[in-house]
Design a protein around this ligand. Structure first.
Ligand SMILES: [Fe+2]
Length: 140
């Protein structure tokens, strides 16, 4: 997954923004965290931080998460933003996969679009990797 983080104007790239990303494993669980921190225990192994480049871009290489077992939530990737101009981090809409389980009309209309829409289209690349693009608009 990759994308560009923009300032609230939706046009100006935002460098040096920290993104914290976490998601379930292929069984829909936040698993295999370590005891190093509460966040590791709660969010499992599939998590990490990055800093946007000078041109505001970022990229993440990971696996595709699965939905929570036995629930109606779509598979999703959680994202939090730490904007260097703001004192506190904040969440933005989860990334979910267009056309997949749980991404139905009611779900779509209930989204807040915080950070911009997080409903992404997955495409297959020649090397077999799936690709998604999620651009982010910072809050004003
Ligand atoms: Fe979740």
């Amino acid at each position: 997954m990759n994308g560009t983080v923009f300032q609230a104007d939706g046009r100006t790239p935002a460098p040096n923004v920290i993104l914290y990303v976490h998601h379930t494993n292929a069984e829909g669980r936040y698993a295999n965290g370590t005891g190093e921190s509460e966040w590791s225990r709660r969010h499992g192994r599939l998590r990490g931080w990055l800093r946007t480049r000078v041109n505001g871009t970022y990229s993440i290489t990971t696996i595709k998460p699965a939905p929570y077992p036995g629930r109606n939530n779509p598979a999703h990737i959680h994202m939090f933003v730490l904007d260097p101009r703001k004192p506190d981090p904040y969440w933005i809409d989860d990334v979910v996969f267009d056309g997949e389980f749980g991404v139905y009309e009611q779900y779509r209309t209930a989204r807040l679009n915080q950070g911009g829409p997080g409903i992404v289209k997955l495409t297959s690349r020649p090397d077999g990797m799936l690709h998604a693009r999620r651009d982010i608009r910072l809050l004003a």
